[in-house]
Ligand binder design. Structure first.
Ligand SMILES: [Zn+2]
Length: 328
């Protein structure tokens, strides 16, 4: 029997949907299990660690589909996409300026082919930043001879820049209003996804949340470290000490004392990984179903086409700020 889980959910909730409550992943898992079996559920869980965040269309099994398993596995791809898997996605900086992306309209083929795995039901895609760099400094430790041969040397640090931060680059794509051909046909028919202006706007908002999350992750890790180094470390001459280690501890203590987020720590070798760990938290929005769209009802089926019309599904947008989600 064909049912439309998200469509029913949509009807049961307020028509405006703006205040739709947050949902756990269970309904999604349930739909997967009922319609596509345990393989799909396994795929969903595996995909939860992928390095792409996306908006997906949750549809139930299709009338003519003989291989729903593959479709359903791919519709459940969540998390941020690995940078390598999106390098061929057609994105090129216009002028080589490296920066995090803001939402932009892109073709369904690019959105659905990108990310960690192709997904014919993907409506939007934001990838994990690649090429990012944490700021790095040299301690600039200098030994000074004692006043006489009998006096021990002393050590002093005057740190210098080794490398400035780079937030990296990524893509952030959503679908324009209109009828888009999916990359995955079904039962010999072309599959289309139709979005109203309102649904395209929700789709943009979903990807904007990922973009904002990644910026927040950068602000409280790489940028914070860069600012502390610039304002309190690089170019300053720290008090001398009896050993190089003690002299460098003065530098590390200055970093610690000036951090806004203590969780960042004073170890510059960990800052890049901290940024990565923080921006990956944006995938929670997908895992919790906040970016899972539904359909308005059964698809319109003709001799050659299957057309799904997008509904808000279990989406919950604008309810959780980046500052609340991306935390140490
Ligand atoms: Zn998403």
């Amino acid at each position: 029997m064909r049912t439309y889980e998200q469509a029913r959910t949509s009807v049961a909730a307020a028509p405006g949907r703006a205040n739709h409550s947050r949902r756990t992943p269970e309904p999604v898992l349930h739909v997967l299990q009922r319609t596509a079996g345990n393989r799909a559920v396994g795929g969903y869980l595996q995909h939860s660690t992928k390095r792409a965040a996306d908006s997906v269309l949750q549809v139930d099994e299709e009338p003519e589909s003989g291989g729903a398993d593959g479709d359903f596995e791919s519709t459940a791809g969540h998390g941020l996409a690995s940078p390598t898997s999106v390098s061929g996605g057609g994105f090129g900086g216009l002028d080589g300026f490296a920066a995090l992306a803001r939402p932009a309209v892109s073709a369904a083929a690019a959105i659905q082919s990108g990310g960690s795995a192709p997904n014919g039901m993907r409506l939007g895609l934001t990838t994990a930043p690649s090429g990012y760099k944490a700021p790095q400094f040299e301690f600039g430790t200098v030994a000074a001879m004692g006043a006489t041969a009998a006096d021990p040397p002393t050590f002093t640090c005057t740190p210098t820049w080794k490398e400035h931060m780079d937030e990296g680059t990524n893509v952030c794509w959503y679908l324009a209003a209109g009828k888009h051909k999916s990359i995955t046909p079904s039962g010999g028919k072309d599959v289309f996804i139709k979005l109203s202006a309102a649904m395209s706007s929700l789709d943009e908002q979903a990807e904007r949340e990922h973009a904002d999350d990644i910026r927040q992750a950068c602000a409280i890790s790489l940028k914070e470290a860069e600012t502390v180094l610039k304002d309190h470390v690089v170019g300053k001459t720290f008090p001398s000490a009896a050993t190089a280690t003690d002299a460098q501890k003065h530098v590390l203590d200055a970093i610690t004392a000036n951090l806004v987020h203590a969780g960042l720590g004073n170890d510059q070798t960990t800052w890049a990984a901290t940024y990565d760990r923080l921006f990956m938290k944006t995938g929670l929005r997908d895992a919790r179903g906040w970016h899972t769209f539904g359909v308005t009802g059964p698809p319109a089926v003709t001799a050659t086409e299957i057309v799904h019309t997008v509904a808000a599904g279990s989406t919950s947008l604008g309810a959780t700020s980046s500052a609340d989600l991306i935390v140490y």
